[in-house]
Design a protein around this ligand. Structure first.
Ligand code: BDR
Ligand code: CA
Length: 306
């Protein structure tokens, strides 16, 4: 059993990643923290609470709301992709009645990580503002984290500018702090998640498996970033990596983040080791078995409780 914390901005793909993590018997979700990203933090928090409540876990898996805006840059959401609610207009019939924790995300992360008897894996699927604040205010947590599995960045083209991916573009200063922190990082980058399309056949299959499959299908169908081949569920790749690293190739090198100018938010990989003298700060995903990803996704939904 792996103890994890999910720091996220649900968000269609965050919602799907969270649903799988909450129900996989090898993962123990100790805490969920939210950040402004796809939509405002009030909305990402509400979405996280409703997803957890859908699975009957509202009293055991608590949510702490985090940063309302990036460290320095002005906040811009992605409602054009995720809908104004963040989960494509999906309405939960029984919204959560459990409020978020009284402490903010950074304090909740600190408390959970320092008090946990097991080391924690942090899965970060939003911009990294909470993570950067945590590592800056409480550097001692770095040693208590097994690693951070972070969706974001790209080594080819971006989805915000020609070079910048959304999570890194939203808060590039936070991304740079995280990559400089010394915590082992797995970079689940956009170029790989764009390759790992869930096919329309996969989505049709889950729609008819059970009521969770239908709920996920309805949320995913609203994703404004689909193409003929299928849908990229970027954040879901973090959970796939965590459970099945054998299907994702990685290579270690150093990642820097640009924080100004036309490449703001771009990630630069020192693939040749020339700039950082061979030092590394990330295991960077370099390829994925797309068929295995689709098969795994169907199986995860099949095992959902309802
Ligand atoms: C990332 O940006 C967000 O819109 C998604 O939730 C994902 O985390 C993909 O670039
Ligand atoms: Ca996200």
């Amino acid at each position: 059993m792996t103890d994890i914390i999910m720091d996220c901005d649900p968000g269609i793909d965050d919602a799907v990643a969270l649903s799988i993590a909450l129900n996989n018997s090898h993962l123990n979700v100790k805490l969920v923290t939210t950040v402004a990203g796809n939509v405002s933090v009030d909305k990402t928090t509400k979405n996280a609470l409703n997803i957890i409540n859908f699975f009957g876990k509202a009293k055991t898996v608590r949510v702490a709301a985090g940063a309302k805006q990036p460290l320095i840059k002005a906040f811009e959401d992605a409602a054009r992709i995720h809908g104004s609610s963040g989960i494509g207009g999906y309405q939960f019939t029984h919204p959560s009645l459990v409020p978020p924790l009284k402490v903010n995300a950074v304090q909740a992360l600190y408390n959970e990580i320092m008090q946990s008897s097991n080391p924690i894996t942090l899965v970060a699927t939003g911009s990294y503002t909470n993570v950067a604040l945590l590592l800056s205010e409480y550097p001692e947590v770095a040693k208590r984290l097994t690693r951070i599995i972070a969706m974001g960045g790209s080594l080819s083209s971006g989805n915000m500018t020609s070079v910048a991916e959304f999570n890194c573009f939203t808060d590039p200063h936070a991304a740079e702090i995280m990559y400089q922190s010394g915590v082992p990082i797995v970079m689940v980058r956009l170029d790989i998640t764009n390759k790992a399309l869930l096919t329309h056949a996969t989505l049709q299959t889950i729609a008819h498996l059970n009521s969770t499959g239908k709920m996920l299908y309805d949320i995913i169908s609203a994703d404004g970033d689909q193409n003929n081949q299928g849908v990229a569920m970027h954040d879901v790749n973090t959970i796939f990596y965590l459970l099945h690293p054998e299907f994702i190739h990685t290579q270690a090198f150093w990642i820097d983040v640009q924080t100004t100018g036309p490449a703001n938010g771009a990630t630069v990989g020192d693939i040749r080791g020339a700039y950082h003298n061979g030092k590394t700060n990330a295991e960077v995903c370099t390829d994925i078995d797309v068929q295995a990803f689709n098969n795994w996704f169907i199986n995860e939904v099949k095992q959902m409780p309802f």
